[in-house]
Design a protein around this ligand. Sequence first.
Ligand code: ADP
Ligand code: ZN
Ligand code: ZN
Length: 720
Amino acid sequence: MTIARVALDTPLYTLFDYQAAELTAADVGRLVRVPFGRRRRIGVIAEITAASTVETSRLKAVDQVLRDTPALPADILGLLRFSADYYQYPIGQAIMSALPPLLRAKPRGEPARFYSLAAAFEEARLGPIQRRIVDALKAGGAVPVQALRSLAPSAAAALRSLLERGIVQLAPPPLASMPGRAFTAGSAQLNIEQQRAVAEFFETANQSVPALLFGVTGSGKTEVYLQLVARALTHGDQVLILAPEINLTPQLEQRFRQRFPAAEIVFAHSGLSAAARRAQWLAAAEGRADIVIGTRLAVFIPLPRLGLIVVDEEHDSSFKQQERFRYSARDIAVFRAHDRNIPIVLGSATPSLETYYNAKQGRYRLLQLKQRAHADALPARIECIDSRAYKPTDGLSLPLLSALRENLAHGQQSLVFINRRGFAPILWCRACTWAPSCTRCSANMTWHKAQQRLCCHHCGRTLRAPTACPQCGATELTPLGEGSQRVEQALESALPEARVCRVDADSMRSKQRWRAVEIAMRGGQIDILAGTQMLAKGHDFPNLSLVGVVNIDGALLSADFRAAERIFALLVQVTGRAGRAGLPGRALIQTAYPDHPLFEALKANDYASYAESLLEQRQRAGFPPFCHQALIRAEALSLTNALAFLHRFAAFVASLGLPLKIYDAVAARMAKVAGKERAQLLLQAAKRGPLQAALTQARAEFVRTTKDVRWSIDVDPQDF
Ligand code: ADP
Ligand code: ZN
Ligand code: ZN
């Protein structure tokens, strides 16, 4: 008797046994269709065994083995099983979430078709969508039809007409790469530091030890990655590159396409159509793709010839999934590299303290780039404006305004960074201090002036803004704090001759809008960019020489022990926008705490010693990386119920007698979200083993007893 143990998308911590004749060990990882309840479901064969704990006569049979879809290879199955275990997530859901949605739902898609350019043509005679298709084909090689169709809703029709006109032709599928194929075009001459980093990375004795590439902004980390990738490609290896939010940073895509014109490059992120995601997954899994550049989900893409992993901006919090399967793609990438015995590099200008500590302890190799790659690219000169002495009006102090005015007079561009979105975080009554808070969440509501509405950024609830104070009747409500819209208006009235452009999640809903802003910036049609987080990441504007930072103090005062580390990384990125190409940059930070050590370190461009001092603080407080943590979150209609559940959980864990620290269960910082009360319980241990053991046992104990409480486990939590 052969029994298939099948992973199914259900919230249970188990595999499901089915009878299956004619299965061999080679079928592990294959997709199957099985009866489940009254329906059929797609699952993955996780194991094949000869015996089941369930009586054989009660086992149902596998419906169909889907042999025309590639199986999940053993290493990926192993990776998913490890991750499900480590993050205490149901095995079936972990495995199924790693498959592209179209394979999960409807595994037998059309056979892949590929197209290439066939003949010369006149650009002028192409429609706009036709031109986009032709542009996509210009890079050469065969492009899968799904990728072309995802370019526009009407791309299928445009493609048909290009075929009829003989401009585009059906092409044979691209071959898997052959060792020695020439990939590289126009590589830069590395400087001494970069050369040393590359040489050390490839030292044979140490290749299996993860490397941290710690390089200041502009030091040429990307150039180093490109060299490592080139080397891997010439060996015939596939390369996996994980990066945060690549859909917002087309530069990375351009650099890889330019450098490796002959390589099959796949971009895997959530902004793609379902068809494109399936096509790319298949290209990777079948070994056709040479390079996969993706966000966190890409860490689970099968790559049969994988030979190198790069994690860019490894400190970025987007690598940790914040709901459901709460994995850290960075940490799983390290595990995957170890498991496959291939090299991995984690790169950052501001490494996370966990990674930095690993390097200090010798568990990771440390490769450092201390100089900027361009000799004339000086780091921005950073100064603080004491906001106690220079009170900001509408978010802007006089020294910042005059610096902006001066920069404008010199014909140079500026950026004003606002650490928040919305017009003003809150509208309040000066007379009685009333402020509108969301009735469903314990959060203040943000005022959106243009719409005259209040909006809760946690549950999305919106209301008309009141014109008088509902508590005392005063007829004037005043904005408090500075949102992006308010700063935009203040800039416009203080500098009427400046062309101001606001960039935040509200104004930039699509990638196209952001591209248009980039083009306008480069073309000099914008004088001042004012916006939020979105502006921090990797965009280079050659004529941008002044950065102003407003209202960073709230974050500085945050109770989160990772706040300082995060603000530092954010400010390095934001201030790094100034003065990249030969233009001396300047950054002005408005703060009531100008003597804060964070700003001292930032001015000295010295993350290393600041990281050392943060590590000391962490050690004294006994926080990560000096311990391991797990956070139990509970959600219920009443806080009492949520807390009562966590008290029972804590009591159970205590009864196990393991060496753990169990904190008090508390209301979450956002104690109420969308009508549900939230509480949390922190567990901490010096070693992972006891913590994992406690979690596994508690999970089994409480899995059935939680009708009115929803709860979850977050291992290595990032947000509290
Ligand atoms: P990082 O990723 O560390 O911020 P980049 O790799 O983007 O740095 O490099 C910053 C700039 O320096 C880029 O414009 C890049 O083309 C340039 N650059 C990198 N390495 C070299 C080099 N060896 N010689 C000249 N320019 C370089
Ligand atoms: Zn709300
Ligand atoms: Zn009032």
